[in-house]
Structures are given as structure tokens and as C-alpha cells.
Design a binder for this molecule. Sequence first.
Ligand SMILES: Nc1nc2c(ncn2[C@@H]2O[C@H](COP(=O)(O)OP(=O)(O)OP(=O)(O)O)[C@@H](O)[C@H]2O)c(=O)[nH]1
Ligand SMILES: [Mg+2]
Length: 420
Amino acid sequence: MPVVLLVLIAVVLVFGIGVLIVNRRRAAGAVPGASAAKAGVPTPPPQMQPQARAVPAVTPATTAVVLDDATDTSDDVISAEELDAAFEESLADFEAEAALAEIEENEPELEHEPETFERPRFRDRIAKARATFSGAIGGVRGRAGITQDSWDDLEEALLRADVGIKVTDGLLNPLRARVKAKEITEPDALLAALRDDMKARLSGAHRSLTVEDRGGAGPNVWLFVGVNGVGKTTTIGKVAAQQRAEGRRVLLAAGDTFRAAAAEQLQTWAQRSGAEFVRGNEGGDPSSVIFDGVQAGASRGCDLVIGDTAGRLQNKSNLMEELRKVRRVADREPGKVTEVLLVIDATTGQNGLVQAKEFGDVTEVTGVVLTKLDGSAKGGIVFAIETELGLPVKLVGLGETIGDLVPFDPDEFVDALFSE
Ligand SMILES: Nc1nc2c(ncn2[C@@H]2O[C@H](COP(=O)(O)OP(=O)(O)OP(=O)(O)O)[C@@H](O)[C@H]2O)c(=O)[nH]1
Ligand SMILES: [Mg+2]
């Protein structure tokens, strides 16, 4: 009898130990990627949810990841920064596969044909700037010769148009010398010479938008940057429509994760222009959204991925660093950044120069889009941007609708200023 009892106790003990071991193993496997995270490998991204036209971006974990043994908190909690660094390092190897697998499944059919639009003319849209100039031109023409008042009229018109004091002097001083040397004697000849000099100052810049033929290696990436409310998202919609009309397959990536409404605004433009669309979570990492946009663009054979970014003040260094990262990630294979367009609101005048300098330093701006030139008397900022900073103004916004964006044509612009 005691022997049977002993055997029974032994069986119970063995069973109990077995249960304990199994439970510990289960607990150890409960946090996926925990051991990998400990070794510095980022946690796999959350699965993407299919949407009608939108593919949500894969966002790296931004919260701390708690590992299996909750009692030891010192080493087992990985901070957002550490995770972010790990994410940066192994992004290409790791997320590409997961992202591609999902994106291919969700590839939408392009349902929308882009809207057709008529190109507006400078002359019709820059009425206010023209009014400023035509007053001065009338004054100069109305005098029998070239007097001090003629110079005052011209100087005031140039300054009011926001050409800036430096460029204004640069334009008028040589003309003063030519008048003094009797090379120019008539008011009409003076106006013609000024017009030519203004055109000459803007000539020679490379203004076309770059789309490289990458032989299927991946999409070109264009990024839009600038301070708040200047017209980045609207311009992206207009550009997307133009690029679609040229037969390119375009994807818009909602890198403005600051507000959910920003992604929705971009999505509306994607639908209008017949572009595809990728978004992330509100408050997520913008560079992750751009990365996923590029992956999606590559897997769908897009020619062009256009990245929106949140508006930011050029003196907020943390936000400017975020932008630097967005640019770096966008430039990773299979993407290639071929344009970084700084959007400047023409009505902000000379402040646009400061913005251009700061954004240019951080993101290697390739060109400027000058918006809201309709109704603004300040188109003269073009001269300051080009001559003082050496950045080409590539596009000009002349209104709020999809067709209100034109390539910047300096001759047409200057002629429009001088037209009566
Ligand atoms: N008149 C005029 N309005 C414009 C032009 N471009 C943009 N807008 C308007 O400017 C406002 C701001 O445009 P958004 O595209 O939202 O500007 P944003 O830079 O994306 O703004 P944030 O994302 O908040 O930084 C909108 O009301 C646009 O319709 C333009 O060329 N002319
Ligand atoms: Mg925006």
C-alpha cells in the first residue's frame, strides 16, 4: 500500500513540473518579436487594413515594447527612440516584404479620369500686380522726359511688387547710368530697357520638373515642403492632375500626419486627379508614410510618388529635422527624390526669402512653387528668390481650382506686369 502511495505521489509531481514548464514556454512566446527586439531588430509592423482606394501606411511602433519578463523593467523596455533607430537601420530589409505583400493585394483599379482644365493666363490673373505697375508706367510715359519723378515711380512700383531693395537697385542703377550717358533718352526706351533687364534676370534657370526614366527601378519622388497654409496640398492636387494628363501613373502619400483632415484633403485631390493614395495614422511618423508610399508606388509600377508634408515654421529645429529624415527615407531604393519643391505664398512677401533659405539648407530644395499670385501684388518676390538664393521658380499658383497652376514663364510674367 505505501508503495502504491509513493508511486502516486511521484506521478503527481512529474505532471505538475510538466505543466509548469509548458506554461513558462507559452509565456515566453506571448510577445511576438520580443527576443528580436531585444537584439535590436524592429518589431514587425501592424498589418495594413484594406481600403477602397487608400492603403494605410505601415507605421513603426512608437510606443515602448514590454518584453516577456515583466519583473525586470530596466533592460526589457525599448524606448521609442531606440526602436526608431533600429527601424531606420533595417527598414529596407524588413518592412519592404510585409508592405509589398499587403499592397499588392490591395492594388486598386484607377477609376477616375483626371479632370480636364484650361490653362489660365498670367495677364488675366495677376490683376493687382499689374495695377501697381501700370500706375508707374503711366506716370513715366506721361512726362516729356526722364525726370527724378520717373525714377521714383519705378522704384516705388518695384518695391511694392516685392522685388526687394537689392534687386530694385540692381535693376535701376545700371539704367540710371545709361540715361546719364545719353544712351537712353526717351521714357518708352527706359521702360523697354527695364522690361528687358527684368527678363534677363530671370533667364537661364532650369524650370522643368524632373522625371527620370529609371527603367522600372522605382518611382521618382517629389516632396512638397513649406510653412503652414501656403498651398502645398492644393498644389500637389494640381500637379498630380497635370502629371496624370501627361500619362504618368501617380501616387500621393499623405506625409502630413499632424491632422487626420490633412490626409482626407489629399485623398480628395487623389480622387479628383486620378492618382493613387497612401496614408498613415494620425500622429504617426511621416517618413514611414513616405516610405510606404514609395514601396506601394514601386509595386504598382507608378512613375511618380508625390509626398505631402505638414506645414512647419522654418525656425522649429525639431520639425526641420523631421523633414530631413523624410527626405532621406524618400531617397532610399527603390525611390529616388528628383524634386523637393518649396511652396511659398506670394502674399507673404520678403519673408518667403527667409523660408527659402532655411528649407533649402535642410531638404536640398530643387525649386519653388509660388502660390496665390492671383490677387497678390507681390509677385516680385520671384526676383529676390532667383537672384539672391539661386532657386528656380518652377510653378505658379493662379487660383484655387485644379487647373490653376502654370509653369513659370518669366517672359510672359514680365510682359503681363508691363501690359496696360
Ligand atoms: N487664391 C489662391 N489660393 C490658393 C492657391 N493655392 C492654394 N490656395 C488656397 O490656400 C489655402 C491653403 O491651401 P493648402 O493646400 O491647404 O495649404 P497647405 O500648405 O497644404 O496647408 P497646411 O497643410 O495646413 O500647412 C486653401 O484655401 C487653398 O485653396 C493659389 O494659387 N491661389
Ligand atoms: Mg497641407
